[in-house]
Design a protein around this ligand. Sequence first.
Ligand SMILES: [Zn+2]
Ligand SMILES: [Zn+2]
Length: 352
Amino acid sequence: MDSYRVTAFGAPLALQSEPTPVPTGRQVLVRTTGCGVCHSDVHLHEGSFDLGGGKKVDMTRSLGLPRTMGHEIVGEVVGLGEGVDPGEAAVGQHRVVFPWIGCQQCPVCKSGDEHLCNQPRALGINCDGGYASHVLVPDPKYLFAFDGLDENLAATYACSGLTAYGALKKAREAVRNGGDLLIIGAGGVGLSGVRMAEAVTGVKPIVADLDKSKWAAAREAGAREVIDPTDPESGKALYRMTNGGVAAAIDFVGAAASFTFGFNALRKSGRLVIVGLFGGSASLPVPMIPLKNATVMGSYVGNLDDMHELMTLARSGKVPGLPIATRPLADANEVLSSLAAGKIVGRVVLRP
Ligand SMILES: [Zn+2]
Ligand SMILES: [Zn+2]
């Protein structure tokens, strides 16, 4: 098998060839047909997430080089371990892979939240992922059918779709008694959020993005209004538009400015859900949290149940597609650079 691997943080991915693994036990071997390039791959490739103020989350130990990135994987089942029953998976099936795998032993994993395990075995992060001709999946329960959907789009459900879905589920609780939804950031994941916002929450979102080149895509994806959060008048305009603030805001950027904008946009009892990992450090007048009766919470991808719900929603045709471009896997380095430079609208799926 061929893999494009991180062999040194920040250095171009290196093409490595090795014997294709033979699945054992519960393992399933998948021949990759597509792998989405996620913005978090840019940070993983650099080896850290920026926390602002010169601080960083070190990812170098989590990755353990050399590592094949890529966690939005779609492919064909080409091999099964002896412990996989017929009916769980079969050679020739085309499947999306749920990559947010945990140790499968701890209380968190046993409660179903493998994506929050402290000993994660996530594909493309802690274990080898989809920037490769083949991927070894530890159990057939991580494979999802996507009948009727474009396979490149289906690949993106494993991270950008799931992340958007998980955040929208949290926002849904805040808008269930009426009120507006603000989505900050209309990049890859944010745009997925805009596209499925109405299907998940029942509300058409207001979208804030400082990059006007993303406005047309946001409108087409179902935004009720699009605003520029850097416009000094935008806060007041939003306040008027929503009669006193939004019930829920989802920050798909995760920078100091987007966090502050999102928090200030909340009405009383509003909920700010932070998803983005752009980086930065913000200060907030602490009394505003109780005075607004506000909730500030994070949302990290989603669990296997969320993935089941999302795939059911998607297969019922309620999640319109997002703009997807495909590139050969050999262009992985170029695509990562373009993504780091903010030059990509929607999603790029690499095809081995
Ligand atoms: Zn991702
Ligand atoms: Zn665990």
